[in-house]
Design a binder for this molecule. Structure first.
Ligand SMILES: Nc1nc2c(ncn2[C@@H]2O[C@H](COP(=O)(O)OP(=O)(O)OP(=O)(O)O)[C@@H](O)[C@H]2O)c(=O)[nH]1
Ligand SMILES: [Mg+2]
Length: 392
């Protein structure tokens, strides 16, 4: 599973990315700081079942902090997008091709209004403008992909050599959207080999809506200008998923925690000071507490990631084990792995996720909580602890 971070230049995409992944990608106050995409690992929080077991866990693919398990997934940070990117303005929109297989997008919007639509310093810019143009640029990007070989596609479909739906699906291969869904949209809109550009644009829009849900990070909420805009605009963006975010605050808290200055679990509403701080450090942390944590309950970074993972994409957290009694792997590691599985995934899907060979040799599974045997079609639930049975 992959989530993409998008937005205009200088909106704070890389700050968000670094805060979510603890990478060290370059952050700067001028536009187009990021040119090449940054791919990293972000995490969704979930209560670790080790508490039920009454034993500590030995996580292999993530960490566990005080009973909260951090489950990994991919996060991609790309270059800034400007209006007219589809006509080659800014860095164009070709770099969005890296987001083809992203399951959702987090649109980082500078809510302070202190940067214009191209990321240059200004005052009083309306963040609503950013929200609107970005959707359009994404639509143009998908439209460009559909249109690229349209002549060949429509000719083949006219000759009835291949079905139009299949040809369009192939053109969009790599998109996080199933063949049936693409076919459904093509038919629903009555797309034919004779379809004109406007109809293909409508198709691109519909495909974006279905395959790339966009969540809005109302970023730089630590600044008074952003707070004001957020309060004023809330009513106008009720139909969208919007989370107030301070990427910079999250990054500062994580760095302070890495340096051993504070105890802070990503996503929490508070932190604990562990060491004597300098006056500057104390002031900075106090500012974050008073202007972000105490007002919004968190920095919003984990909140928006988890909204995407659980609420929008409906992912399930599953813990595969080899010993259903001790919840361990064969080396005795307690609950070593945790995976995010898409909705309606089955026990057989989990087997394939662990390893192709495990999938091929699958003969059944055991629910480690109830010790009941389950079949290949069993639908995985959030928090399941599962042992897969394989043919010898
Ligand atoms: N006050 C405040 N500033 C922020 C926040 N997030 C980012 N910034 C600042 O905004 C500027 C741009 O941040 P970047 O993360 O480099 O922005 P970007 O969207 O990756 O920019 P490009 O790579 O140029 O597209 C930097 O000066 C950051 O310190 C935030 O939450 N609050
Ligand atoms: Mg950047």
């Amino acid at each position: 599973m992959k989530i993409g971070v998008v937005g205009k230049p200088s909106s704070g995409k890389t700050t968000f990315f670094d805060a979510a992944t603890l990478a060290n990608a370059e952050i700067a106050s001028y536009p187009f700081t990021t040119i090449n995409p940054n791919l990293g690992t972000a995490f969704a929080r979930y209560p670790c079942p080790h508490k039920e077991l009454g034993k500590e866990c030995n996580p292999r693919n993530a960490s566990c902090m005080k009973g909260t398990r951090f489950i990994p997934f991919s996060l991609l940070d790309v270059a800034g997008l400007v209006p007219g990117a589809h006509e080659g303005r800014g860095l164009g929109n070709q770099f969005l091709d890296d987001l083809m297989d992203a399951n959702a997008l987090i649109h980082v919007v500078d809510f302070s209004g202190l940067t214009d639509i191209e990321g240059n310093p200004t005052k009083g810019h309306d963040p609503l403008e950013d929200i609107e143009f970005l959707e359009k640029e994404i639509d143009y990007w998908l439209f460009g992909i559909i249109k690229k070989n349209w002549d060949t596609i429509s000719r083949k479909a006219r000759m009835k050599a291949e079905k139009l739906e299949d040809l369009i699906y192939e053109q969009l291969s790599g998109l996080a959207m199933g063949r049936e869904e693409v076919e459904h949209v093509v038919r629903e809109l009555g797309i034919s080999p004779e379809s004109k550009e406007e109809e293909l644009m409508e198709l691109a829009k519909r495909i974006r809506e279905r395959s790339k849900p966009i969540l809005i990070a109302a970023n730089k909420i630590d600044l008074p200008e952003a707070k004001e805009n957020y309060e004023n605009l809330r009513g106008k963006i009720k139909d969208k998923v919007v989370v107030p975010v301070s990427a910079e605050a999250e990054l500062a808290l994580k760095r302070a925690s890495e340096a051993g200055l504070i105890e802070y679990i990503p996503g929490d509403s508070e932190f604990k000071i562990l060491k004597q701080l300098s006056e500057k450090q104390e002031k900075a942390l106090n500012y974050i507490k008073e202007n972000v944590l105490d007002v919004y309950g968190s920095t919003g970074v984990q909140k928006i990631l988890e909204k995407a993972v659980f609420d929008i994409l409906g992912m399930r957290v599953v813990f595969p084990v080899e010993d259903e009694n001790h919840w361990t792997d064969k080396d005795g590691n307690v609950l070593p792995d945790a995976y995010l599985m898409p909705p309606r995934s089955t026990a057989l899907d989990l087997a394939y996720k662990i390893h192709t060979e495990i999938g091929e040799k699958f003969i059944g599974a055991i629910d480690a909580r109830t010790k009941r045997k389950i079949g290949k079609d069993y639908e995985l639930k959030n928090g399941d602890v599962i042992k897969i049975l394989v043919r010898k």
